[in-house]
Structure formats: C-alpha cells, structure tokens
Design a protein around this ligand. Structure first.
Ligand SMILES: Cc1ncc(COP(=O)(O)O)c(C=O)c1O
Length: 397
C-alpha cells in the first residue's frame, strides 16, 4: 500500500507558508509531483493554489483545490485553450508561436479583459545548474522555454508575466545564480511595468533541513522590489517529500547464479518508475513483527527495534536483489543487505514514495495497483482508494 502521512504533509506546507509569508510571495502545489486529491484538505489551507501541466491537472485544481490555478504546458490545442480560458488565472506559454496562435481568442475573452486571467511566457535563461541532463530545461536545444534571442524585438502586447523553471532538487544558491542570468537576459522586460508577475517555477528543495531559506527569502524580496512584480513559487517535491511510504510484501525468494532474489508484490517499473528513470535508490526497511493493522508513521523516521534499514551490498548480512512481479528483466529496485535472510511474507517499507511516484504508476503486466491510504494525525487510517481488476480492464477501452 501507499501510505501518506497527514502530519508530514502539514509539516511541509507549514514551512512553505512561513517561507512564502516571510518573502512576500505566493506558493502553489505543482500537481505533477503530487495529485492525490483526497489529501488536498491537509495541504490547501497553507498554499495559494496549484500549478497545472495542462488541462486535466488544471481541472483537478479547480475542482478539488479551489484556489489560484496556474497553467503552463509545452503546447495547447484549441480545445485546451477554450476550456482553460474559463477558469485558469495564469496561462503561461512555452513559445511565441503558441502565444501568437491563440492571443486573439484570448484578447476577446471576458476574463482576460477583466484582468481575472493573465498570460505569461516561459523563458529559458540558458543557465544550467543541475547535474542530470534529463532534468535540465537549459540544455542546448531544450524545447522548454523561450530564449532571449527568440524574444528580441517580439510583439509582447498582452503578456504580463514571465515564468522560468530550471531547478530540480536544488538549494537557493542555484536560484541566486539563475536570477542573475534572468536579470541579464530578461531584466529589461521585468523592469517594464507591463510585467506584473514572475514565476520562479519549482525545484526549490525548501522543506529539506539544509535548504537555505533565508537566502530564498532575500532573493524573492529583492526581485519583488527590483521589478515591482508579484513572485510565485511552484514546488511539487517540497510539498510531498518525506510524506509517504510504499509497503511491500515478499512473495518469493530463491537463488540464481549466486544471487539471492526476492520477488515483491510491488514493481519498480509500475509503481516507482523513477527508480529506473532517474535513476535513484530508495531507502528500504525490513519490518519485523509488523502488527497487522498498524502502519508506520512516515512523518517520523522509520526507526525502532522493528525497523531495519537495509544497507548497500557490501558488509555483513544477507544481500537480496529486490524485484517486481512483471516481465521486465530490469524491474529491479536494487541489491540491499539485510540483517537476516528474507522469507516469503516479510514486509518491506520503501521510504519517500509520495512525490513523483503515485502520479506515475501504471498497471503494466496487469500488476495490482497498491491501495492508497492516509494516516490521519489521530492515528486513524483512511483508505482513499482501492484498485480492482475493473480499473485495469477499463483504462484501455
Ligand atoms: C514548470 C514546472 N513547475 C514546477 C515543477 C515542480 O518541480 P519540483 O517538484 O521539483 O518542485 C516542475 C517540475 O518538473 C515544472 O516542470
């Protein structure tokens, strides 16, 4: 099961609210990272709204978050625009060609005329600060955002915001150097009173204990004062990091060519694809004497005499290769060392599985989708969603 902690969500959003208030900016949830809407009541009081990657996430924001909706997509079609004009508050475009294609329709819309809807452009400051190319929108030839030379001399009537998103799991010094690049290349626009908002995207690891929040606060304040704009932050990961676990059961153990293997009832490729795509290695805990109707609280570190953090493959103990129940040979989470041999029926808990995990699950191979549960602050567990054969069957026709 996926188990989300209400307390942990509230812990994160309280930090985000405090930081945004100190900086005088707005902060919204990036739905692409976490869109488990039955948990929205836990987080919406502290946040100003949502950012959506397109029409469907925007619909979710409108229906279940009921606050400010920011929509940015690499491309829209006519039907998207027609629907979005009715309710999104910011509509940000990825290219001038998209903006020119739709601007006449937008100019004629009552929500645009009244100022309820504002439009912006995603810019690409061409300033890379990350280390993983697939998460770097500033790589040469990137399809994400408009470069300074593309904007040169363009007719920007009707545009009131700029939006950049260049960070991924980063600290505020990287934002500082990005803002310098933004100022160098786009500062002349931001200083023009036509521009009223600057969206600094996501990728700010604000809720990590080491994150330099004071610097973020200073940078946001400086930008607000320098450009006289409203500043928006749209973190996804910082909202849901360390708020959920994925609990798995060992279905089988055996040996092959000197490797101990454990087949689990959850799959890397179907239930935590970033383990393969990103790639990364989640922390895994072997849980001894797990009370049947009790769940670990992911709000606190998973420790105690029942919880054994699995190590890497070197050292004393028993190394098992943890894999899923699909046909993909590479459906493997990794090699982990346990204090004892795993046996069928053992329970393993994968830490930090709420963000960018639940949003990416599939039923590839017809694997069973884990139920989604919410641990409330009073200790009760609410089942938000269970999945059945019908969900698998009905998705594709
Ligand atoms: C445009 C945009 N905004 C916000 C985010 C959220 O980023 P994160 O979850 O890293 O904070 C992303 C992530 O890809 C993004 O592309």
């Amino acid at each position: 099961m996926f188990l989300i902690s209400a307390a942990a969500l509230k812990h994160n959003t309280a930090i985000l609210r405090e930081t945004a208030d100190a900086a005088g900016c707005k902060v919204v949830l990036a739905l692409k990272g976490f869109s488990c809407w039955k948990a929205f009541p836990q987080i919406s009081p502290d946040l100003d709204g949502c950012c959506a990657s397109g029409l469907w996430e925007a619909e979710l924001a409108r229906e279940h978050f009921q606050k400010h909706v920011i929509t940015y997509s690499p491309a829209y079609d006519e039907a998207d625009i027609e629907a979005l004009l009715e309710f999104t508050h910011h509509l940000d475009f990825n290219s001038l060609s998209q903006w020119f294609r739709f601007r006449e329709t937008i100019f004629a819309h009552p929500r645009f005329i009244s100022g309820e809807l504002q439009c912006g452009l995603r810019i690409n400051p061409e300033h890379s600060t990350g280390s993983t190319p697939i998460y770097d929108p500033c790589v040469p030839g990137s399809r994400l955002g408009i470069t300074a030379d593309q904007l040169d001399g363009a007719d920007l009537i009707g545009i009131s915001g700029l939006h950049f998103h260049t960070l991924c799991e980063q600290d505020s010094p990287d934002l500082e150097s990005t803002l310098k690049a933004v100022d160098q290349k786009f500062g002349y626009l931001l200083r023009n009173p036509q521009f009223t908002y600057l969206n600094m995207g996501g990728g700010h690891w604000i809720t990590k204990p080491f994150y330099d929040r004071e610097l973020l606060i200073r940078l946001v304040k400086e930008a607000r004062e320098k450009y006289k704009v409203e500043v928006w932050l749209e973190p996804g990961e910082a909202v849901a990091i360390h708020t959920g676990v994925l609990r798995a059961t060992v279905m089988d153990v055996f040996e092959s060519a000197g490797h101990r293997l454990a087949i689990l009832d959850i799959s890397a490729t179907a239930h935590m694809p970033d383990v393969i795509e990103m790639p990364y290695r989640p922390d895994v805990f072997l849980v001894d004497s797990f009370p049947a109707d009790n769940c670990p609280d992911p709000a606190v570190r998973l420790e105690g005499e029942n919880y054994h953090l699995a190590g890497d493959s070197d050292g004393p103990g028993y190394v098992f290769r943890l894999g899923g129940p699909t046909c993909l040979a590479g459906d493997v989470v990794g090699d982990y060392r346990f204090p004892r041999e795993l046996v069928q029926g053992d329970i393993l808990v994968f830490d930090d599985m709420a963000h960018y995990t639940m949003v990416k699950t599939t039923t590839f191979n017809g694997v069973k989708h884990p139920p989604i549960k919410l641990l409330h602050e009073d200790g009760t567990i609410e089942t938000l969603r269970e999945f059945s054969y019908a969900d698998f069957r009905d998705r594709l026709s």
